[in-house]
Design a protein around this ligand. Structure first.
Ligand SMILES: *Cc1c(COP(=O)(O)O)cnc(C)c1O
Length: 394
């Protein structure tokens, strides 16, 4: 097949929910991908932060193929080894108490929302079910996680949305406190770097103040690390750089390096809340995906994570050093990078793709870079050369 063949089939038979770039990717090696016409691309997107180990990582491939041969799936009515091992590693490396496995970020957040509401119901009875989220946040595409998302553009068409979400301003503790003052709030949920909203890091001080306030009111603190988690920001989870102890942390995207997997980590405070029969999933904790997650977690050693932090700092410093007029700011942590631009971010990313660099947009004016965590210096420099060439056009 050619790019054109794949595009034609797709456009004819798959519902048109996505505005795609005119490229059909066929294969890849680490952060270098090739399309059906043989053209190659440097990957500064890794899916959307999913291919944490790039393409063709040997230990990941061995782990998932071995598991597929042995036992692809049983239900959650039985015990499996890969999920048990993934849970142990996640718990030990975060200081949390336990985990519920899901298949995606939205489902992970649904789990955290259910956990918070039941925690409060068990302790205080009905009437304390509201969850505060932040403006510019993104929490998923289900009816409930759309309601949780603090951006009005996501609140059209699909009425009625799930009730019980209130919105506060990021980096404004007074706003969070004021929204919580109604007395009906059971949880505050936030991303530490708002990803889809524009790669907007929250201030440490704000996050710590909210954490202390939540603790004082027995309001659960839910941290959505679907995008920031799993090494993306240079630590296993981003909250580990914020000096807080969340009650629940959600993750997905990069955890199984391309397979659908995610989960909610729960702290001591609420680990017993989702008791038998109160929450479930058919696929969550699937042995193949869990085996993939174990391969990812084994790769994310302290040395690997500091290399992620260094690579990210190198990219940010290089882009800043160009001093291009179109660049208004460079933000982010580790390999989650936002470049604010004064041109159309969509148009710029279109030109990047055309010139052989896969990148993402975020918010209204940001080019977002999320390369595989395994990207090499050579691949980074090749990608940066394209980025400089295109941004210099403006
Ligand atoms: C991507 C994302 C989600 C949704 O994850 P899905 O796997 O697409 O359901 C939720 N929260 C954040 C912060 C995300 O970046």
């Amino acid at each position: 097949m050619t790019n054109q063949d794949v595009m034609q089939l797709t456009d004819e038979y798959i519902l048109g929910t996505y505005k795609r770039f005119p490229v059909a990717l066929e294969r890849g090696e680490n952060a270098t991908l090739t399309d059906f016409d043989g053209k190659s691309y440097i990957d500064f997107a890794s899916g959307i932060g999913v291919c944490s180990l790039g393409c063709g990582n040997g230990s990941w491939l061995a782990a998932i193929t071995d598991q597929a041969k042995k036992l692809p799936h049983v239900s959650n009515l039985f015990y499996t080894e890969p999920a048990a091992l993934a849970a142990k590693t996640l718990v030990e490396r975060t200081g949390m108490k336990g985990v519920f496995f899901s298949n995606s970020g939205a489902e992970a957040n649904e789990g955290a929302i259910k956990l918070a509401r039941k925690y409060s119901f068990d302790k205080y009875g009905a009437g304390r079910s509201d969850i505060v989220t932040l403006n510019h946040s993104f929490h998923g595409r289900t009816i409930t996680t759309l309601a949780a998302t603090g951006q009005d553009v996501f609140h059209h068409y699909f009425f009625p949305f799930t009730e019980g979400f209130l919105y506060a301003d990021p980096n404004d503790t007074a706003s969070v406190k004021s929204v919580c003052s109604c007395g009906t709030v059971c949880a505050v949920m936030m991303e530490l770097i708002q990803g889809e909203g524009g790669v907007l890091p929250l201030d440490q001080e704000f996050v710590q103040e909210v954490a202390a306030f939540c603790k004082s009111r027995d309001i659960l603190l839910l941290i959505d690390e679907v995008q920031t988690g799993v090494g993306r920001t240079g630590t296993l989870f981003c909250f580990q750089q914020y000096g807080i102890e969340p009650d629940a942390v959600t993750f997905a995207k990069g955890i199984a390096a391309g397979l659908p997997f995610g989960g909610v980590l729960a702290n001591e405070s609420c680990a017993a809340t989702l008791s038998a029969g109160t929450h479930a999933t058919t696929f969550g904790g699937n042995p193949i995906c869990a085996a993939g997650a174990n391969a990812v977690l084994a790769e994310l050693t302290p040395e690997f994570l500091s290399a992620v932090a260094e690579k990210g700092a190198y990219i940010r410093k290089t882009v800043e050093g160009w001093k291009l007029p179109v660049v208004t700011s460079v933000r982010g942590l580790g390999l989650m990078i936002g470049i604010g631009v004064s041109c159309s971010h969509r148009e710029a990313v279109g030109k990047l793709v055309e010139s052989g660099l896969l990148a993402l947009t975020a918010g209204a004016d940001t080019i977002r870079l999320m390369p595989p965590l395994t990207i090499t210096k050579e691949e980074i420099d090749a990608g940066l050369a394209v980025l400089k060439q295109i941004l210099s056009l403006y």
